[in-house]
Design a protein around this ligand. Structure first.
Ligand SMILES: C[S@@+](CC[C@H](N)C(=O)[O-])C[C@H]1O[C@@H](n2cnc3c(N)ncnc32)[C@H](O)[C@@H]1O
Length: 235
């Protein structure tokens, strides 16, 4: 266990961020962020998003679920052979994504739906790949998100997360702990530990890679339902 989470509050599924968000807090936060999101966050998160989509494009299978699709910043980057379904809790963020799809004529986007990623309406095994970019630290119950992605991705398919995870120590840990008090208005948890998302066995078999240039974000890739270590092509 990392130093960072030894004194993290614990729920039934493991450590939880210090100030939990609920669905209404998420919607309210992203109602405020929607108009400025691309300018405020688009730049800093671009490396992580590019890396995650490149990893998706390199994987087999065409049916891709993008959860927490937001304003759709990643949508133009998918390879032509992928068919994308995007879901988000925030109608305001989805409105922006829909404008992007129509403006850029993104024909590979099949649907953009207002839906809770922790409890979707998709049948088991509906997708080959699910990807969540900067979403795991926003959803109210990250373990429930992970369970739902395992259900809707076919066995042998892939689940990817790119996210910022709580630092192990040093100044960054202190800053993240301080920022956590503002979680509700920020709309994400600066003190989000990877242990809040993945059970220990899945963490052990996940491919976990820092994203250059600064390593502020991490790309996590799992093969669904496969207990063996994942062997994937590099993005
Ligand atoms: C930080 S933004 C990331 C948006 C996009 N993935 C990107 O890379 O820019 C987080 C998004 O997750 C969405 N979200 C949070 N909780 C959710 C949930 N339970 N189900 C679906 N979307 C959710 C928010 O509404 C918001 O659009």
């Amino acid at each position: 266990m990392s130093h960072a989470i030894q004194d993290q509050p614990r729920g039934p599924d493991g450590p939880v961020p210090r100030s939990a968000l609920d669905a209404e807090a998420v919607k309210a936060a992203y109602r405020r962020w929607a108009g400025v999101y691309d300018n405020v966050f688009g730049g800093i998160s671009a490396f992580g998003r590019r890396r995650a989509v490149a990893a998706v494009n390199a994987l087999p299978g065409e049916r891709v679920l993008e959860v927490g699709v937001g304003t759709g910043l990643a949508l133009p980057r998918y390879a032509g052979g992928k068919r994308i379904t995007g879901i988000d809790l925030s109608g305001d963020m989805l409105d922006r994504a829909r404008m992007r799809v129509s403006r850029q004529r993104l024909d590979h986007v099949d649907a953009l739906l207002e839906m809770d990623a922790e409890e979707t309406q998709f049948a088991d095994g509906s997708f080959d790949i699910a990807v969540a970019m900067f979403v795991a630290s926003v959803v109210p119950n990250p373990r429930r998100l992970y369970g739902e992605l395992r259900r809707v991705v076919r066995p042998g398919g892939h689940i990817l997360f790119v996210n910022h995870f709580l630092a192990d120590g040093g100044i960054r840990l202190a800053v993240e702990r301080g920022m956590a008090r503002a979680s509700r208005s920020l709309g994400w948890h600066p003190d989000f530990a990877i242990e809040s998302l993945l059970p220990p066995a899945d963490r052990a078999r996940a491919r976990i890679e820092p994203v250059p240039p600064a390593g502020l974000f991490t790309l996590v890739t799992l093969t669904n339902g496969d207990p063996a270590p994942v062997l994937l092509r590099s993005a």
